[in-house]
Write a protein that binds this ligand. Sequence first.
Ligand code: TYM
Length: 344
Amino acid sequence: MRVVSGIQPTGKPHLGNYLGAIVNYVKLQDEAQAAGGECFIFLADLHAISQPHDPAELTQNTREMVATLVACGVDPSKTILFNQAQVPAHAEMQWLLNGTARMGWLNRMTQWKDKAGKNREGQSVALFTYPVLQAADVLLYQATHVPVGEDQKQHLELARDIAQKFNTDFCPPNEDGSDAPLFTLPEPYIPPAAARIMSLRDGTSKMSKSDPSEMSRISLTDDADTVMKKVKKAKTDPEPLPSEEAGLEGRAEAKNLVGIYSALTGQSVGQVLAEHGGQGFGAFKPALGEVLVETLRPINERFMELKDDLEALDAILARGAAQAREHGLPTLDATYKALGLVRG
Ligand code: TYM
């Protein structure tokens, strides 16, 4: 079992990142350990430069993201925690895979279409080739499980397509006729209840670091007052909660808040509605706020302890990067070789 996933150190991580991905980093790091496998979690800082950014902010966000991940339970003694920039094999592997990825595949990526909008010509080349780097990230380590939110599913399908085409084009069968693929096809690992946490201001758009409104998201480092205020101001409709799941259809905001409550408490949506059905939001919102505050309190405390010890945070990344470099080497070498590139 090889668990691999990444998170961009842009802005503050939010509840969508937590419920969609980070919770599963922690769960799968333990499962990988129990199965004698490995877990790799990295900060996708090379992805972060695909859009306009402030270099000083990127440096600060990178360290804060390490502190946040550790505060959430990613344990550097169980997980290889690092940033891409310290493991050149990611960028090398991307170049090697650029020969296999097709323009048409990248053109179909919804994230590219959303982010580029009508101004494709004005985008960086990195934004377009972003998914090839993401494929390199997971294929380099022969990932089997990739914990992500729903929005990354298409990128992982692309990684599988690239792996499959490379295996077909450059990996001849063994002498006995059996297949000798170089790359493992990675499987996305998406949480059923929290695959897509929506904005608190608009139940039809994803909770996102890039939303200009702070009120649209709960940041993992928000204090209790801020959390309560954001939940209280969250957009809702005037109807009370239904007592059955079907009653949430067409009520995007209500569905989102109930989904968050369900993911945080581990109760099914049906159980949450059995308990809270008939309540108006005046009663449900404080209950949700409290569950959120209780979840975030220990994360906040730990984050505050860790965030200023830059030496310790940098040491975690340096140690993780050294391990990642070693683990990535055999596949990187094999990829150069499969392509017929001479390297002394
Ligand atoms: P990023 O940094 O946007 O998000 C990190 C993780 O959080 C998940 N996520 C969400 N889940 C549920 N609801 C939401 N509203 C929500 N918003 C974000 C994302 O799905 C992701 O799992 N391209 C990736 C980073 C990356 C990566 C990789 C991931 C680079 N290389 C290799 C997996 C494997 C990204 O920008 O995630």
